[in-house]
Design a protein around this ligand. Structure first.
Ligand code: P6P
Length: 341
């Protein structure tokens, strides 16, 4: 008997998922496969990053005479090129581009979807070999098919997302993406160059005991936030406190741990950043969509992140995200102090 479990590739999985919806056209699946292709190309360069000094400094020219690109520029240009060739995507918005980019060729103007992404989040961690990632959001466009996409396509609330996820370039390279139905994780099998289903139907533990925040900013936090951190550090054997503190400083890595082990990741507003640091449209919303699909919660401190109406493409948003018990507790502390103040 063949004891080998059949590997299910990302392509096979997305096709199987499409079959569950007779009316589905497979375009969304095609975009997911295209993002997977782009991220495999990015992964190849990320793996070489440590060798750049041997292979030639960034900014040098390689054997093809091509300018050696900074990794985040390479990641951005690769995602744009692959999605432009996909003919399933009408345009993109990126953390690296001030404005959204319309694909105006005769095929792309008829495409139903737009994609927003942070091409290489946490890239400052490359030098210390910490995990980094690509974060993506996929919306059905609201502008007229057959014409170029418009700004409104990229300013939709997160609750309108069709799919969202990330690729983490870590000890292994994984793609994790969510639709409204489920969250599934795919590990890159380098020997065949395919993302293979390794974490089906992922769920965020309802109760967590890990809190993740840049504690160095504590002096700038609200009194409520400081009280919540004191609560996390307080000894209470019955409630399993003190909780453990983990912070990698790379959102994709901190979120991947939170999804799998439970806990809470926070980047709150503080005295110098009224809306925190992380971007709503291509960091907070995709992670909020994914964590809710996995049974967790995501708040900006006053409302569900997915219900925030974006006003600007690159606007920031405070984020409390992860296990329900900790998100609700953190928001309660933040609001209690606000009412007392
Ligand atoms: P800080 C990386 O620069 C990033 O955008 C996220 O990936 C990460 O969660 C956050 O910033 C870390 O910010 O201020 O703690 O270094």
């Amino acid at each position: 008997m063949n004891s080998r479990r059949k590997l299910i590739t990302l392509d096979e999985f997305t096709i199987q998922e499409t079959r569950k919806f007779p009316q589905a056209t497979g375009e969304l699946s095609a975009i997911l496969r295209d993002i997977g292709l782009a991220c495999k190309m990015i992964n190849k360069q990320v793996l070489k990053a440590g060798l750049v000094d041997i292979l030639g400094k960034h900014g040098a020219t390689n054997v093809q005479g091509e300018e050696q690109m900074k990794l985040d520029v390479y990641a951005n240009e690769t995602l744009i090129a692959v999605l432009q060739n996909s003919s399933e995507c009408a345009g993109i918005a990126s953390e690296e581009n001030d404005e959204f980019v319309c694909f105006e060729d005769e095929y792309s103007v008829h495409s139903k979807y737009v994609v927003l992404f942070d091409p290489l989040d946490g890239s400052s961690n490359i030098d210390v070999n910490a995990p980094i990632g690509t974060i993506f959001s996929i919306y059905r466009r609201v502008s007229e098919l057959g014409k170029p996409c418009t700004a409104e396509d990229f300013l939709q609330e997160g609750n309108k997302l069709m799919a969202a996820g990330y690729v983490i370039y870590g000890s292994s390279t994984m793609m994790v993406y969510a639709t409204k139905l489920s969250v599934n994780g795919f590990t890159l099998e380098p020997s065949i160059g395919e993302f293979c289903l390794s974490h089906p139907d992922m769920k965020c533990p309802e109760k967590g005991k890990i809190y993740s925040i840049n504690q160095g900013n504590t002096s700038k936090y609200s009194e409520g936030m400081k009280s919540f951190l004191d609560y996390c550090m307080e000894s209470n054997k019955e409630e399993g406190r003190p909780y453990s503190h983990r912070y990698i400083g790379s959102m994709v890595a901190d979120m991947h741990r939170t999804l799998i082990k439970g806990g809470i990741f926070m980047y709150p507003a503080d005295k110098s950043n009224a809306k925190g640091k992380l971007r709503l449209q291509y960091e907070c919303n995709p992670m909020a969509f994914l964590i809710e699909a996995a049974g967790g919660e995501a708040s900006d401190g006053t409302q569900r992140i997915l219900d925030v109406q974006p006003a600007e493409l690159h606007e920031r948003c405070p984020i409390y995200i992860g296990s329900k018990n900790l998100v609700n507790k953190a928001v309660a502390f933040a609001n209690e102090a606000a009412t007392v103040a």
